[in-house]
Ligand binder design. Sequence first.
Ligand code: FES
Ligand code: FES
Length: 196
Amino acid sequence: MSAGADGLPEGFPAGYGEPTTSYVLRVNGEARLIENAWIGENLLYVLRERLGLPGAKDGCGQGVCGTCTVQLDGVAVAACLIAAATLGDREVRTIEDLDNDTETGEVQRALVEFGAVQCGYCVPGVVASACALLARAPEPGEVEIRRALDGHPCRCAGPHPMVDAVRAAARRRVPQETHSTMMFNVIAPPSAGGAE
Ligand code: FES
Ligand code: FES
């Protein structure tokens, strides 16, 4: 494709890609400088194309497929829907960094075990969502797990293996004594000394 006078491919209007801005993005515990970037670039593009972090995948580009999911201040978000320049001090974590957490390994092992990893394209997003869920709800119920994974339609295995895997990972993380202690607390009668 031949370039026009201002360096843009022919047919692009003058000023295409403007306005630009420079900013600092907090990613995986580091402050990364983004220079002279179009102000509307989405987080997914910045992560993959500017910062060399390809873990979050580009799928639909419109918030439907979940392959681009990353954590923003611990909450799972679709990176394709967020303008990176607007994030300020908020902390982005991608699968490249989540991968260092013990909990992530547990979720990944369970996904493999339950047959939820086939082509693998959806998996980084599923892991980011599952880990965000388990961080805020260590013992999620089935409905909670299904809600958390709702935005991750897996074309290979469907939803059930990933739900079963996350449930299994959650069970393994919560020691059985905790279950018995919680049960005891629920059913223990009031103390003989009466109300305090
Ligand atoms: S690429 Fe972001 S939700 Fe599909
Ligand atoms: S493993 Fe292929 S889309 Fe989920």
